[in-house]
Design a protein around this ligand. Structure first.
Ligand code: SF4
Length: 450
């Protein structure tokens, strides 16, 4: 049970603020403190961090943002370009390699090899086989992938041929993540997705034949015009394909999406997608069906077929404070305790690199307490957190440090402390991102993630 003093045990907590409708703004908490607190004037802190050798046993990850897509999805809030030709793409790859070279010789690397690599986007699979080979050969020369635990590669099904998938497997990808999102062609089309349903089956079949160790399917609960019946069919088809893991996000509508622009033009405050209760019910249904099929729910967004075999190294290392070299336009990184984000404009990013400068746009070095909050809230997305881990790492009993928000969660009926573990129930897990703000410092509560 939660720590509670005599007085507070008698206080009845008000019900949690329930935002029912989907309005504009971010739901997903991807880091802490919120990005709006990262500042350009703190960018030099990254330069200082590069000069310090790593703390012993800190794993090193590499994230590369590939900002190219065939079309811009109407719900997309990432930095992506749909108009770059092969010369611009080659220029971008060269810039990313140069950026990596700026880090490679610095004390921060300290002779470490990459323990995980992540190609995110945008659409990494938009690159041609030659571009991919050139890029990954170059990366491996700068920071070795030897002994790497996981290499993740995000794909848009319509960009995959058997030849390209073979090349992706050949370059050492262990985890292929297919951005399926939905199986209905009409829903894919009206949400601006570039792929069609038949391309999903084809790409998945090729990928299975090539023996990727882990194939993940991404779904979105609550795309425009989603219905109960169609969602059930999406879940059925996913289970029939039998991927190693399934990731499900609840549709959010941040400010820089096409959907928000249309809402604004029409003077609408509510997005034309299902409300939060319905989206949560859809994820609950999917998790329930996946569990019946033998999957285990491992976080607020993921279910895995085999708990023993299927790991999420990138997620788990990052949420436990690993170093991450974030390369490419608008990428997020974290080295030696300093968060940073790169320039988010293509030309500005490439220009900085050509001038031999780190393309860092903004940064923040969190305090020890903020680092503790960061790891706690991110790990809470797994559904349970070990108090012992925080005691050993930060010398803090999180049951005491977070006594008040833990009591609130308990009173709202979303979780409990059981011995060494802080645990969320399924209801709490399905809305974890909004609950995490309870653990934030007052000045960060409900701040914008932009
Ligand atoms: S494929 Fe992904 S990154 Fe590209 S536009 Fe769609 S949502 Fe954005």
């Amino acid at each position: 049970m939660f720590l509670r003093d005599k007085m507070s045990a008698t206080i009845v907590q008000p019900a949690p603020p329930m935002e029912k409708q989907t309005t504009v703004g971010n739901y997903f908490v991807s880091n802490y403190p919120p990005f709006s607190f990262w500042k350009p004037e703190l960018a030099d802190e990254v330069l200082a961090a590069m000069e310090r050798p790593p703390k012993p046993n800190t794993p090193l990850g590499v994230y590369l943002h590939i900002p190219f897509c065939r079309k811009r999805c109407h719900f997309c809030y990432f930095k992506v370009y749909t108009d770059k030709d092969s010369t611009a793409i080659r220029g971008y790859i060269d810039a990313a390699l140069k950026e990596m070279a700026l880090y490679a010789g610095k004390p921060v690397i300290g002779g470490r090899k990459a323990s995980f690599v992540y190609f995110g986007g945008g659409t990494p699979s938009y690159l041609s086989v030659d571009q991919l080979k050139y890029l990954t050969d170059g990366m491996k020369k700068l920071i070795s992938w030897e002994g790497v635990e996981e290499v993740t590669f995000e794909c848009e099904p319509g960009t995959l041929t058997c030849h390209k998938l073979a090349a992706i497997r050949e370059m050492g990808v262990t985890r292929l993540s297919l951005g399926v999102e939905n199986f209905d062609d009409h829903i894919l089309e009206i949400n601006g997705r570039a792929h069609h349903s038949k391309e999903i089956a084809r790409a998945y079949h090729y990928a299975r034949e090539l023996g990727f160790p882990q194939i993940n399917i991404d779904l979105i609960a609550g795309m425009v015009e989603e219905t109960d019946a169609n969602w059930k069919e999406c879940v059925r088809k996913t289970i029939e394909m039998s991927p190693d893991s399934v990731t499900i996000y609840q549709m959010e509508i941040p400010y820089n999406t096409g959907i928000y622009k249309e809402m604004k033009a029409a003077g609408k405050l509510v997005a034309p997608v299902a409300d939060w209760e319905v989206k949560r019910a859809w994820v609950a249904y999917a998790f329930g069906e996946l569990e019946k099929a033998g999957y285990t729910v491992g976080s607020a967004y993921t279910a895995v077929k085999s708990k023993e075999k299927t790991k999420f190294v990138y997620r788990d290392r990052l949420w436990a404070g690993a170093d991450l070299l974030g390369l490419g336009v608008a990428s997020f990184g974290h080295i030696q305790g300093t968060h940073y984000q790169n320039q988010h404009d293509f030309e500005t990013y490439v220009k900085a690199i050509h001038e031999g400068k780190l393309p860092v746009f903004r940064a923040l070095t969190p305090t020890e307490d903020e680092r503790l909050i960061r790891e706690f809230v991110l790990q809470l997305k797994l559904g349970q957190v070990s108090c012992d881990y925080f005691q050993k790492k930060f010398g803090v009993d999180v049951r005491v440090r977070f006594a008040e928000p833990l009591r609130t969660l308990h009173d709202w009926g979303f979780g409990e402390v059981e011995g060494d573990k802080v645990k969320l129930n399924r209801d709490g897990l399905l809305q974890v991102d909004r609950l995490l703000h309870e653990f934030f410092l007052p000045e960060h509560k409900n701040a914008r993630y932009a």
